[in-house]
Design a protein around this ligand. Structure first.
Ligand code: NAD
Length: 500
């Protein structure tokens, strides 16, 4: 069901997407749908199936059967790798189409979505190697009477719940690794950005993935997401989203079958700039870290901790960079900051901009909402004189809003970086290797960048310390996360009898 499209133009009609269950696209059992409007253009772009508990039950039953009859987990790593590699090829072939629907639903710039989709093909290629190399351990030093083997087995049926800020990227940081392990999947994308998850299910089938191994249900978090988290036939939930909903996921698992959980949650990530850094490089990095994806990024560098001695000079460089950012139509190849994905998120950002001023922080750059003919856009904003008791210092704003606080020495910078309930990511800018290492050892964050920010790839794991989550995705850990370990004890001599 590929509609005709030209990635520089808006679609004439909304494209219809069903759910994907047991190898085929179909409507929700109720026949209900919701319409998604482009947050940048205010026109209907997709029609998405609105599932309920009965759809979730069918999708889970399909994934359960596909796991239990071993149609996927019983295949060799080589066969699994073949499907993942073919999928990578299909993603590259359909790159523009995927990027287009992703941009229309999310509002993110088309140049960015194209880059993200290419990165997703990389994920599939990398994970195909993991499918082949996944292995356990042997213990040959237990004495002549015993031999031990440690095996890794797939966890089972994985419920995969994803957010709206990186719909295809976050999906592809998980799906190939889950499939490499031999698990089966029921995915539940965000209700506002579901299209590209359905496209991936279609491509996986085309690449030869057996029916029932990848299923997708769409609809609201409180109905469909909750049903998946509470389902007795689901063995694991991989959840990416807010810390608040993460708590619900933990409760639902505890109230039912103690599912294994992987949680990737929020962040309030520091960018630490020392006086000895290349300040122009750092200014560009800080601008990118705060504005990428309009700040709707879990690893957004939303707190600037800057050495007091260079604060004025650094802020002047940063503002000069931000003056040049291009905000606007995400289908324009030149755009760097697209639309805010939901009107609720737009309101949240604007209310934090208001709150920051009421709390006494100084709004020293930007104003917030950018006027356009259609859609909702927010330009870069800097708050100075931000102190630790302020809400804008503590809360994840999820918009292009930077909170600036000065420090005087390394210990103070580290203490301030760690002064948050989150621990997702941090960046440091300095030319002093000893200082960089000291900071990298002591800052509590799952991802740490030195003289760069938001860098990454399939080889490096993702995940958070503290309330930013549990577990790791991607890298070799990404596949191990979806396995469980069994130790097999084999007697190699007749046991001495317990009862003579
Ligand atoms: P969200 O928590 O509102 O929703 C995430 C997903 O959970 C959606 O699919 C939603 O439908 C579903 N959901 C909602 N209520 C549910 C429930 N009761 N039970 C089960 N599922 C439910 O998050 P969002 O607004 O889509 O995304 C923004 C948040 O995600 C931010 O806090 C951001 O930091 C976080 N995030 C984290 C990472 C990471 O890797 N750490 C990546 C991206 C986003």
């Amino acid at each position: 069901m590929t509609n005709k499209f030209d990635i520089t133009r808006l679609p004439e009609t909304a494209r219809n997407f069903g759910v994907y269950i047991d190898g085929e696209m179909r409507p929700a059992l109720s026949g209900n749908t919701t319409t998604r409007q482009s947050p940048a253009h205010d026109i209907a772009v997709t029609e998405i199936a609105k599932c309920a508990q009965d759809d979730v039950d069918i999708a889970v039953a399909s994934a359960r059967l596909a796991f239990d009859d071993r149609r996927w987990s019983g295949q060799s790593g080589g066969v699994r790798a073949g499907v993942l590699l073919k999928t990578a090829g299909l993603i590259r072939e359909r790159l523009e189409e995927i990027a287009y629907w992703e941009t229309l639903e999310s509002g993110k710039p088309i140049s960015q979505t194209k880059g993200e989709v290419a990165g997703c093909a990389d994920m599939f290629e990398y994970a195909s190697g993991l499918a082949r190399s996944l292995h356990g351990d042997s213990h040959n030093n237990l004495g002549d009477g015993l031999f031990g083997i440690v095996t890794r087995e797939p966890v089972g049926v994985v419920g995969l719940i994803t957010p709206w800020n990186f719909p295809f990227l976050i999906l592809c940081e998980r799906v190939p690794y889950i499939l490499a392990s031999g698990c089966t999947i029921v995915a539940k994308p965000s209700e506002v950005t579901s299209a590209t998850t359905i496209l991936l299910a279609e491509m996986l089938s085309e690449a030869g993935l057996p029916k029932g191994v990848m299923n997708v249900v769409t609809g609201s978090g409180s109905t469909v997401g909750q049903a998946l988290c509470a389902h007795e036939s689901v063995d694991m939930i991989s959840f990416t989203g807010s810390t608040a909903v993460g708590r619900n996921v933990i409760r639902a698992s505890g109230d039912t079958n103690f599912k294994k959980l992987g949680l990737e949650l929020g962040g309030k990530n520091p960018q630490i700039v020392f006086a000895d850094a290349d300040l122009l490089d750092a200014a560009d990095g800080v601008a990118f870290g705060m504005c990428f994806n309009a700040g709707q990024c879990c690893v957004s560098g939303s707190r600037l901790l800057v050495e007091r001695a260079v604060m004025s000079e650094f802020l002047a460089l940063l503002k000069a960079k931000l003056e040049k950012t291009v905000v606007g139509d995400p289908l324009d190849a030149k755009t760097q900051i697209g639309a805010i994905t939901t009107s609720a998120q737009n309101q949240t950002i604007l209310s934090y901009i208001q709150k920051g001023q009421e709390e006494g922080a100084q709004l020293s750059f930007g104003c917030g909402a950018v006027k356009t003919d259609a859609g909702q856009f927010v330009g870069p904003v800097i708050f100075e004189n931000v102190t630790p008791e302020m809400e804008i210092y503590k809360d994840e704003i999820f918009g292009p809003v930077l909170c600036v606080t000065p420090f005087d020495d390394v210990d103070e910078a580290i203490a301030m970086a760690n002064d948050t309930k989150y621990g997702l990511a941090a960046s440091v800018w300095s030319k002093d290797i000893e200082k960089v290492l000291r900071v990298s050892r002591r800052v509590q964050a799952g991802r740490f960048w030195v003289n760069t920010t938001l860098a990454g790839g399939p080889e490096l794991p993702l995940g958070g310390f503290k309330q930013s989550g549990w577990g790791r995705e991607a890298g070799k850990y990404g596949v191990e996360e979806y396995t469980q370990i069994k130790s097999v004890h084999i007697a190699t001599e007749t046991r001495e009898h317990w009862i003579p």
